[in-house]
Each structure stands twice: as C-alpha cells, then as structure tokens.
Design a protein around this ligand. Sequence first.
Ligand code: IPM
Ligand code: MN
Length: 360
Amino acid sequence: MAYRVAVLAGDGIGPEVMEEALKVLDRISSKFGVDFEYREALVGGAAIDAVGDAFPEETKQVCDWADAILFGAVGGPKWESLPPEKQPERAALLPIRKRYELFANLRPALVFPALIESSPLKREILGDGGFDVLVVRELTGGIYFGQPKGIFEENGVKKGIDTLVYYDWEIERIAKVAFDAAMKREKRVASVDKANVLTSMVLWRQVVEEVAKSYPEVELRHLYVDNAAMQLIRDPHQFDVILAGNMFGDILSDEAAMLTGSIGMLPSASLGESKGLYEPVHGSAPDIAGQGIANPCAMILSAAMMLRYSFDLPEAADAVERSVEQALDEGFRTADLYRGKPGEVKVSTKQMGDVIAERI
Ligand code: IPM
Ligand code: MN
C-alpha cells in the first residue's frame, strides 16, 4: 500500500523547496521499502491565477484523498492588493486548517549545533548547546475563527469585531497534545494565557490544570503572554513545551523561530484526527524565488515530520533529520546560512537537496 500525499507547492520558493523534499522522500522510499503516491494540486496565488480561487475544489478533492498534505508556501506581492479575505495566506491556509480540523500545530524551534552562531542571542544566554523548544499552538479556534467577525456599520459608525472564544473541549484536546509531547521530551509544559485580563483565558487555565492531573510527571507552569515573550528572550532554556492558543502561539512561534537564527531550517506539523499538513515555517520569500538559492531544509524536515506523525515511520524520520544535521556538520550551507567561515561550502537549493538525499 502506498502512503497518499497531496503535494501543494504553492507560490514563491514553495515549488523549489518542494522538489528537494520529494527528492529526499524518493530516497526514503528506496532505502526503507515504502511507497508514496503523490498528487499535485494548485494552492494560493498560483491557484488564484489559474482558476480564481486560492483553495479550489479540485485541490480540496486531492486533499480529501490524501493521508497527508505537504505544503510549500503561499502568497506574494502579486496578490497583496486583493481584499484581505481573498489573499492567498488567509484564503488558502485557514480554510484548509478548518476543513480537516487541524487543531494541533507543532512548531519545533531548535538551534542546530552547527548554526549556533546564527542565533541573534548572545552566547552567554544561549550557552554551548543552544536550545530546543516545541511550540504547541491551537490552530482552529480562538480569535481566528470566533463569531461574530467582521466590519459592521451602525448609525454611520463602523466597528471591526473579532471574537476570542474557546470551548473547554478545544482547550482540553490541545493541552493533551502538549502534555503527550512533553512526556517524550523534558516533561515541562509552559501554558501561555492572558488570564489576568481575558475571561476565555481563565477557562484556558482551568482546563489546562485539569488535564495536567492526568500527567503527574509533567511539570506545569502558567505564564501571561507578555511575560512569556520576554522570558523567551531572557532565557529560552527555561522552556521545553510551550502551549498556547491560536494568536499567542502564532506570535510566540515566530519569536522562537527568530531566536534560532535560521528560520530556513524550521518545519511544522498541523495535525487533526485523521490528517496532517506539513509546511516550512518560512513563507514564500518572493524576493529570492526562482534563483535556486532558497534553503530546502525546512521543507525537508517538514517531510520528516510527515513520516513521523502521519505515517508512523520514526526510523525514516530520524534518517532524514540525521542527514540534514550531517550536511550542516560537513559545512554545506545555502545562502541564508552561509557566513564565509572556513569549512563552509556554499550550495544551491538543488545541491543541498542532493547532499541530504545522498546521506540517507
Ligand atoms: C502562520 C501564518 C498564518 C497564521 C497566516 C498567514 C494566516 O502567520 O501560519 O503562522 O497567522 O496562522
Ligand atoms: Mn505566523
């Protein structure tokens, strides 16, 4: 039986990095004796240009068919003048997340030993080993989706509304994901809220406390989001798993990504009951698209997360992750990582993909 993969390369550097991820998966296929069946589909700006819709019907069908969705990136200046709700980011990503109830967004932010110099943090904060944080972000609820939402006009006055609502079951299921992840890591969860001001976050804190009772080995603490943003910079080592709602998780995961200094390295997984979507944290980077210089590692590591979480192939996932690390340890660097230091070899997107595939 073949594992079914929807390939949604999207815009900008999406197609270039996707090609390298598929190259690596081909290698996995032959080394591990597993089969992947791919179906490609249009998404984002590419889909708007072709059929006038960022997440068209045909793409929905391909995603319905698939066990996992490999997602490149969407968006670019070409579509920035569209109304906000029609822009590729919002009109493609949010409906896909909602359609498959991909409520659990895992965003690992770790400093690769070979890239420790790229972190903007001072060495005295970073230490010798860098840091390794997993942000678990709720992805299908909260202020992104709550109703009412919109711009309404009453008596000549306009008001814009977004609604922050969380149901207990939404908090419970994402909290479980965070605690389960912590059990496989350092067994520490930092739950982020704003319970001093927001009532929905009072409930958040209560439910997280309740879930924690089933995980006596895990150390739980609660932080307000403003403090969490500060603590992450002050000392990232204090965090293992960060649990947050949709908007706070959005913000903190970007902050954590920046602190690693190499956003071109960071993958993500968005998981639901029956499907997963895997995408690099970096966007479509239209400024460097088509030049063959993009870093394919985040896309390749996203494919590794797919092997781990959708297909339960931990050894294959390990093999991909090890090969990426090995390529870095041997000095191979795409332009974003290249610092001109002795031992570094500057490579193109394709060369980086080759080097990683060969090492599997
Ligand atoms: C992300 C992005 C999206 C989000 C945008 C593009 C809708 O920032 O995946 O983090 O806010 O979720
Ligand atoms: Mn974001």
